[in-house]
Design a protein around this ligand. Structure first.
Ligand code: ZN
Ligand code: ZN
Length: 335
């Protein structure tokens, strides 16, 4: 595909999309139904549909029976860890293999023309972003994802929290599934904003930001505190009356969905003239500029409301520069 039909490339070779990152039309006033209807399929397909599919596969084929889950044991905890790790190895691995190792579409639609594998750096373990990100994901973050999973499954199994049945309340649970990505957005925005506060940033979140040019393995490369808090989004289903399948979906939106922001490509070419939108640009800008776009795609437009939204345009740059300038002045006045 010709990426210059969709964007521009600068002298360095970095590509950026034309136009702005569109606001989710739910927030336009007055609401425009045709726009919302046009947005809805992309909300569900392919990413959220995939997270639901994996949640169902887990529930029917991976998660042990309720009797077993009434007692926490190493057996089923390690089994869940093994499946989570294998699933991420395959799912993220497909992107890594096709777009970063085979470089099937070279730098077409790639925001940063460089590939992390070509740039050794001292900030990473073994000077390798790939190895560092990979080890942190599999030996720190995925174990903590599994801890969250074991805790909420155990709470459901023990009957400590309400277990809403699909037969009794199908409409309520379906609505909860549709709302789950919004819960993710709010949860992620606030923990993420919190760990951008100076001392917490240096202690915790700087680990994730070592990857200025993120790739799939960067997605879950986190400090343990962040790795736990990030996946703890599923605990909201211990507070809201819910069902373990919906909680699993919530967990997968976080765990599997983290890859979206870190794909590094705007479109993933599937065939000569078809491509999937990655939705990666918003979070790519966060890795590039640090103090913009703390949330995701703006499903709940918290960045707009807090004045930290960057829509990828020149005006977005100007707003960000003005904000940084003000911050510098405040700091100078204090010094
Ligand atoms: Zn990130
Ligand atoms: Zn951040």
């Amino acid at each position: 595909m010709d990426d210059l039909k969709y964007g521009t490339r600068n002298k360095r070779g970095d590509w950026k999309p034309n136009g702005r990152i569109e606001a989710v039309p739910l927030w336009n006033w007055p609401p425009k139904l045709p726009k919302i209807l046009a947005w809805l399929p992309g909300y569900i397909w392919p990413w959220n549909a995939f997270h639901m599919a994996t949640a169902l596969i887990y529930w029917f084929y991976v998660v042990p029976d309720v009797e077993t889950m009434k007692t926490i044991s190493w057996g089923w905890a390690l089994w869940l860890y093994a499946v989570n790790a294998a699933a991420i190895l395959v799912f993220y691995g497909i992107f890594e293999l096709r777009y970063y190792i085979k470089r099937a579409q070279q730098t077409r639609f790639k925001y940063n023309h460089k590939f992390p594998g070509d740039a050794p750096s001292d900030v990473f373990w073994f000077q390798s972003q790939n190895l560092d990100n990979f080890l942190r994901s599999f030996f720190i973050t995925i174990p903590l994802w599994t801890v969250v999973e074991v805790i909420f499954l155990w709470c459901f199994a023990k009957g400590y929290v309400p277990w809403v049945g699909w037969q009794d309340h199908p409409v309520y649970l379906a609505a909860l599934v549709l709302v789950a990505p919004a819960i993710h957005e709010v949860h992620f925005f606030f923990i993420h904003r919190l760990i951008h506060w100076g001392p917490l940033y240096r202690w915790i979140h700087s680990v994730h930001h070592n990857s200025i040019n993120p790739s799939p393995w960067s997605s879950l490369s986190m400090h343990p505190v962040e790795g736990f808090l990030y996946h703890a989004v599923a605990f909201w289903h211990l507070v809201i009356p819910s069902n373990p399948i919906v909680a699993l979906f919530q967990l997968h939106v976080a765990g599997f969905g983290a890859v979206n922001g870190h794909l590094g490509f705007d479109k993933l070419e599937v065939t000569e003239d078809t491509a999937i939108n990655s939705h990666a640009y918003t979070h790519y800008l966060h890795h590039k500029y640090f103090e913009v776009n703390y949330g995701g795609d703006g499903l709940i437009p918290l960045d707009r409301w807090f004045g930290t939204w960057h829509d990828g345009t020149r005006e977005g740059d100007a707003m960000m520069d003005a904000r940084f300038q003000k911050k510098r002045e405040r700091m100078n006045a204090r010094a």
